[in-house]
Design a protein. Structure first.
Length: 71
């Protein structure tokens, strides 16, 4: 519902909690243009497995360097 998209007072993106919940401790990579320091801190605190939060410039999209990072 609409509550999912509401801005959080702690600055964590609305996608972060559901992604961590879905990953359930499994390794995951999140490629996005809206991640911030609060998202990194949230993942580090709430996710027990490996995680890569990779920022992509929205004006450029995925580039060769991004794919190298993800492999």
């Amino acid at each position: 519902g609409d509550a999912l998209f509401r801005e959080r007072p702690d600055g964590v993106h609305w996608k972060t909690g559901p992604l961590v919940e879905y990953a359930a401790g499994r390794p995951f990579a999140w490629v996005d243009d809206e991640q911030s320091d609060p998202d990194h801190a949230y993942v580090a605190t709430h996710h027990e497995g490996p995680a890569l939060l990779h920022h992509v410039n929205p004006r450029l999209g995925l580039r060769e360097n991004d794919f190298r990072t993800l492999t």
